[in-house]
Design a binder for this molecule. Structure first.
Ligand SMILES: Cc1cc2nc3c(=O)[nH]c(=O)nc-3n(C[C@H](O)[C@H](O)[C@H](O)COP(=O)(O)OP(=O)(O)OC[C@H]3O[C@@H](n4cnc5c(N)ncnc54)[C@H](O)[C@@H]3O)c2cc1C
Length: 509
């Protein structure tokens, strides 16, 4: 392809992720921009799609592997391939209101509830653009921080904030997928939403197919480049947060059944929107519990996104640990317990302090030296799984980590790691020391040896093997590979969008 002003290319590039724990030499780094960054147009979308397809075609000609990446927030090497090409899509951040004429009449969906978002738009931007006084919409869920891009977030199936909603992929109504020769607008046949004319405006062909959609919404970057996503929003709502110290014994019903009776939560008559318990594996006597309740948002509510601080309590462990390292740089080995003392103090928003999701979930600045892993288990198994993780911790007692339990509903992607109905994700988060790494490895081995049903977050530190992926996803591994062959019929292109990791875990069969 001749030089293109919209593509910044660097050869022989050292690709580094947000937290600096993954450093991989790549042959080419391609940062792609829209033609006119400030003016979002459908003709511009078509031009960028063509540009991305040109890059894929060039990679095929060069015989190299190629991956798209977003904000590089993953702690695993899922967005990168050694000696390959990485296409950074984080600058592709156009968003579009949907016209009623473009919505399929039979879909029963209001155009106001739909929002077309280009792949690199980060979640904070989506919140700020949706939650305005004129638009009055919000995302039903997001991760605990909001700097991921939409394509990256669904790329690994980010979960986090709402106990009654699945991972972020559950909010996707349609997805635009690019391969070297195809520009596809994929929707599930069970819930069609847009017209063929809409797809044509994106230069895409409308595909209504449940299996292709369920494969594409959590693609691990292995199906092509996701160029845009149609999100379903909901009416604006406000959240009120509290952090409480509750005896672990009192939390059993909440942890294993999401039954909050007798749990000591501030309002036992209401189901919380968000429920998270952090445990210190040294003691596990107290659950550092964050709970958020939800209310409808008054129409005249004005957002103030400057409310965010670097150390909002009880939400995002990687971020809190980063701030603990910042505060106590010489005390990295004890930072996890200092974190508990300094950041997890009992607190409550005052009764009148209600905030939009975009005001509640904040951004993070990168900091080196954080370890983060996530194990999803069926909720009935939560305290059993915690017992297993705690026994593993006894082997590596110097690991400066905490355990965090967060909840999500079963998610619709074939490879959604939040696949239990419902699901608890237990994170082992902390300072990245050899003991922390060994603990994460041992935790997976112990869960496996105990016959515990579990999956691991694709975008966090993991020790996934072919056997573990097959055990965790059962027949979905074969389903995924079959659908992948339908979307990418050319074996060379399947190889191009694979990686040693995907080969290793059996996702390039
Ligand atoms: C501070 C912090 C907090 C976090 N909190 C949470 C949390 O609360 N819940 C949770 O589940 N996870 C959490 N994570 C993990 C993180 O959100 C996920 O790993 C997420 O996938 C990262 O999104 P990203 O935009 O950075 O994508 P990347 O990490 O760059 O990529 C992730 C995947 O998406 C693919 N991808 C990216 N863009 C495209 C595209 N345009 N087309 C095709 N494929 C693409 C990549 O190939 C890769 O497979 C957190 C991480 C950090 C650093």
């Amino acid at each position: 392809m001749p030089p293109d002003a919209q593509i910044q290319t660097e050869n022989n590039f050292l690709w580094v992720n947000h937290h600096f724990n993954i450093k991989v030499p790549i042959a080419k780094h391609l940062r792609v921009h829209n033609e006119s960054p400030t003016r979002a147009t459908m003709s511009g979308m078509r031009a960028t799609a063509a540009r991305l397809q040109g890059i894929i075609a060039d990679a095929l000609t060069a015989g190299v592997q190629i991956r798209a990446c977003g904000s590089r927030w993953s702690f695993s090497d899922i967005p990168v391939v050694k000696n390959g090409w990485v296409v950074e899509t984080a600058n592709l951040d156009w968003t579009f209101k949907v016209s009623a004429n473009d919505v399929d009449l039979g879909s029963g969906t209001s155009a106001d509830d739909l929002y077309l978002v280009q792949c690199g738009t980060n979640i904070s931007k989506i919140n700020e653009r949706l939650e305005t006084k004129s638009r009055r919409r919000a995302l039903r869920t997001s991760g605990a921080s909001n700097g991921q891009t939409i394509a990256g977030a669904i790329g690994t199936g980010v979960h986090g904030s709402s106990i009654d909603v699945g991972g972020m992929e559950s909010e996707v109504a349609g997805i635009q997928l690019l391969t070297a020769t195809q520009n596809l607008w994929i929707e599930p046949a069970r819930a069609p939403v847009m017209t063929a004319n809409f797809a044509a405006k994106l230069g895409a062909t409308l595909v209504r197919d449940n299996a292709k959609f369920d494969a594409a919404i959590v693609s691990l970057g292995a199906l092509g480049i996701v160029h845009s996503v149609m999100l379903r929003g909901t009416g604006r709502y406000l959240l009120n947060s509290s952090l409480l110290h509750i005896p672990y014994g009192q939390l059993q019903g909440a942890l294993n059944m999401l039954d909050f009776r007798g749990s000591g939560l501030p309002d036992q008559t209401r189901r919380p929107y968000f429920f998270q318990v952090i445990l210190d594996p040294h003691k596990m006597d107290i659950g550092y519990t964050t709970v958020r309740y939800k209310e409808l948002c008054p129409p005249d509510y004005e957002a103030d996104y400057n409310l965010k601080s670097e150390a909002e309590p009880g939400t995002d462990l990687p971020r809190l640990i980063a701030s603990a390292i910042k505060m106590f740089p010489d005390l990295r080995d004890t930072a996890a317990s200092l974190l508990i003392q300094s950041e997890l103090k009992v607190r409550s928003d005052r009764p009148h302090e209600w905030r939009l999701p975009g005001e509640t979930y904040s951004f993070t600045s990168a900091r080196e030296g954080i370890a983060s892993s996530g194990f999803a288990v069926p909720i009935a198994q939560v305290t059993n799984a915690l017992d297993i993780l705690r026994a593993a911790f006894q082997v590596h007692r110097s690991a400066p980590v905490v355990f965090t339990c967060r909840y999500a509903q079963k998610s619709p992607g074939i490879l959604s790691f939040t696949r239990f109905d419902p699901c608890c994700v237990i994170d082992i988060d902390g300072i990245d020391t050899p003991a922390a790494r060994k603990l994460i490895t041992l935790a997976a081995a112990r869960l496996e040896a105990a016959g515990m049903p579990f999956t691991q977050h694709w975008g966090k530190m993991n020790d996934l093997t072919k056997a573990r992926v097959r055990q965790g996803y059962a027949g979905n591994v074969d389903r995924w590979n079959q659908v992948r062959k339908l979307i990418l019929p050319d074996a060379a292109e399947r190889h191009a969008f694979s990686s040693p990791f995907l080969d290793k875990v059996g996702l390039n069969a």
